[in-house]
Design a protein around this ligand. Structure first.
Ligand code: GLN
Length: 229
């Protein structure tokens, strides 16, 4: 399955929130990079379409897809039953999960139970925000992006952050986040998918593209580039 690109076709408009490092990163004003960006470009190449990225806040992603203002979104978006009511997803492309992050000196937050009644920061519209709602008596602060809630944690305004483990561990490992550690176990098992409007005519090509990259070694190369695992 290597279709020839259709020269007259419009590029797919693909939304992404570039604050979710290393999945999407915006360095210069218009230049995007990251695991998701490489993956989407590679899918487009083998599936024979062009991509035009558009940056959007994560919180607006689902409604923008629903309104069909973009053709797809790639942004570390977890496939959930709730989201599947209004949009569609590709096959899963990344295994992820939520984790608790605390300041390095914090000794009392160890697991779900120790989050009860604590002050917790989350990203608006994220699975971390949904999860935090299930913690009894937690006081939840919401933020638009990762860098903001980690700053709030470092400032001592909250006791913990509940967010995607991979992104947090990456930031800690690469010295972008000092003074924060991730608490042992994952709280959830999640899978990222590329999101599209329901009944998207592009979903099939996207899925075939992912399948090709998984079998021809390209997925592994991209994974190693960003996570050197
Ligand atoms: N995986 C989380 C979610 O889908 C957060 C993604 C993100 O912040 N980009 O809600």
């Amino acid at each position: 399955y290597y279709p020839t690109p259709n020269p007259g076709a419009q590029p797919l408009k693909v939304a992404t929130d570039p604050t979710f490092i290393p999945f999407e990163i915006q360095k210069a004003s218009s230049h995007l990079e990251g695991f998701d960006i490489d993956l989407m470009n590679a899918i487009a190449k083998v599936a024979g379409f062009a991509v035009q990225f558009e940056t959007l806040p994560f919180d607006g992603m689902i409604s923008t897809l629903q309104a069909k203002r973009v053709d797809a979104a790639i942004s570390g978006i977890t496939i959930t039953a709730e989201r599947l009511k209004t949009i569609a997803f590709s096959r899963p492309y990344f295994k992820a999960g939520l984790a608790i992050a605390v300041r390095e000196d914090n000794q009392n937050i160890k697991d779900f139970n120790s989050l009860k009644g604590k002050k917790i920061a989350v990203q608006i519209g994220s699975t971390g925000a949904d999860f935090a709602k299930t913690i009894p008596n937690a006081k939840i602060s919401t933020f638009n992006s990762g860098p903001e809630f980690f700053q709030d944690l470092l400032n001592g305004n909250v006791d913990a952050v509940v967010s995607d483990a991979f992104a947090t561990l990456y930031a800690i490992k690469n010295d972008k986040l000092k003074g924060i550690r991730v608490v042992a176990d994952l709280l959830t098992e999640e899978y990222y998918g590329i999101a599209t409007p329901k009944d998207s005519p592009h979903l099939d090509a996207i899925n075939k593209g992912i399948a090709i990259l998984l079998s021809n070694g390209t997925y592994k190369q991209i994974y190693q580039k960003w996570f050197n695992a």
